[in-house]
Design a protein around this ligand. Structure first.
Ligand code: 5AD
Ligand code: SF4
Length: 452
């Protein structure tokens, strides 16, 4: 009998490495579900795996470079164990399909975000067709067809989180911001039927998961039949056992009254919101084709803060977009100082092939982007620390996740505002419990608390 078939019969083991955003974390769980259904087992380490799959990100050049370096490592791995199958999945597969065949000819498989259903078949092909392998027919092992209808609604993901789980509510993006590759690599916007989301959430709640994070590239644009995103939040809130609901990332222009109403009235929907602004300059926002002005964004923040008292806000900032002058950058700093976000993720603009801004090129040098980034980070660190320190003496309900990263007998969890709270462990406390703590002191990233 062919040795590879014999091996296959004893459950080949697959190791999935995930890069990038939470959508990719959720997609890796989906891929796990697809492969488990096809008889694969999970490998604990890459060394134990028959198949290694990298689920990749294409949002910035830096993300792609990391994966390319990892691929070079894995090439050596494969050299030592030629029977190992290597696959590259996700956004980078979609974005770089042509270049990858050249840069990484040792890859057995390249599959985009809408091809995961066909992974068993694709892996079967690379495993069972020695002739094809020998001929290195690249077309057969590349599957990057985008599919407007694929939501994987019928596939049960292999969820890994114990306390918090990510559930995909919608896939793709129709916004086409000028800098962003997502609409090209993840395709058109489509929502998962509410029944499929609820079935997943019920299963998670039954397994002891306490917090559900609904995901989508513009998650608040969710719509399936008559159910909009506000409606979906109400439906998920009805599931017994779910204690906390969050979602990411919303687009400011899709923040409808219905969503704000659901956030304000459903106690399970937590008071934290990641609301990417990208820039504080109207000129740059227009060039980015974000679809809102600074003034509209500020008014939205005011409405959210009025409707949901104590809400924590975070954002994304891009520095050095095409045409960003010093005055535009100053406007971003001013907006951040005025809105006083709880936290912010900031990035140097990275030119992405295929995007609308690609042909415009870069006008800001990498050094200048670096200087701007340092300023944005310094400002936000100061504001985050000030905001957190102002919480000293306040009490919060913390959903316990497990030991704190620094150890030392400390436990960590999140407040409703999604701030990390650290406190001394007590024997009776388990992950998934909700406890009350009082804030003693704080840094920009952590609340140091006492259990009460
Ligand atoms: N360069 C830098 N940052 C980007 N983002 C998206 N595309 C780019 C790019 N080309 C950032 C945006 C987005 C976050 C997920 O990544 O801020 O909100
Ligand atoms: Fe990219 Fe804009 Fe879509 Fe967000 S809304 S994924 S930034 S195109």
């Amino acid at each position: 009998m062919d040795e590879s078939i014999q091996h296959d019969a004893s459950r080949p083991r697959v190791f999935i490495e995930t890069y990038g955003c939470q959508m990719n974390v959720a997609d890796s769980e989906l891929i796990g579900g697809v492969l488990r259904g096809a008889g694969y087992a999970a490998a604990a380490h890459p060394e134990d795996a028959d198949v290694i799959l990298l689920n990749t990100c294409a949002i910035r050049e830096h993300a792609e470079e990391r994966v390319l370096r990892r691929l070079a490592d894995l090439a050596r791995f494969k050299h030592a164990r030629p029977e190992l199958r290597l696959g590259l999945l996700g956004c980078m597969a979609q974005h770089n399909r042509a270049a990858l065949a050249e840069k990484a000819p040792w890859l057995d498989l390249v599959a985009g975000p809408d091809s995961y259903r066909r992974l068993p078949e694709l892996l079967g092909r690379v495993r069972f067709d020695p002739e094809q392998q020998a001929a290195k027919q690249q077309v057969a092992r590349i599957d990057v067809r985008l599919d407007r209808a694929e939501t994987y609604a019928d596939i049960a993901p292999s969820h890994e989180g114990a306390v918090r789980a990510y559930v995909t509510a919608m896939r793709g993006c129709d916004r086409f911001c000028a800098f962003c590759v997502v609409p090209y690599v993840r395709g058109r916007e489509r929502s998962v039927p509410p029944e499929a989301i609820l079935a997943d959430v019920r299963g998670l709640a039954a397994r002891g998961v306490r917090e559900i994070v609904l995901l989508g590239q513009t998650v608040n644009a969710y719509r399936f039949g008559n159910t909009d995103f506000g409606g979906l939040l109400h439906l998920v809130a009805k599931v017994d056992g779910v204690e906390r609901i969050r979602f990411t990332s919303p687009h400011p222009s899709d923040m409808s009254d219905s969503v704000i109403e659901a956030m304000a009235t459903e106690p399970k929907v937590q008071p934290s919101l990641h609301l990417p602004v990208q820039s504080g300059s109207d000129r740059v926002l227009a060039a980015m084709e974000r679809g809102y002005t600074v003034d509209e964004y500020v008014r939205l923040v005011e409405r959210m803060r009025a409707a949901i008292p104590g809400i924590a806000l975070s954002t994304d900032i891009i520095v050095g977009f095409h045409g960003e002058e010093d005055a535009d950058f100053r406007a971003t700093l001013e907006l951040m100082a005025a809105l006083r976000y709880d936290s912010a993720f900031s990035f140097k603009y990275s030119l992405r092939e295929n995007t609308r801004a690609y042909k415009l090129g870069d006008t800001v040098s990498d050094e200048e982007k670096g200087r701007r980034l340092v300023e944005v980070i310094a400002l936000q660190e100061r504001v985050s620390a000030e905001r957190n320190r102002a919480l000293a003496g306040e009490r919060f309900a913390v959903l316990v996740e497990g030991p704190a990263r620094r150890g030392g007998g400390m436990l960590a969890g999140k407040t409703p505002q999604f701030k990390t709270a650290v406190f001394a462990a007590a024997d009776s406390i388990r992950p998934g419990d909700t406890v009350t703590v009082r804030v003693d002191s704080a840094t920009a990233h952590t609340l140091h608390c006492t259990l009460i």
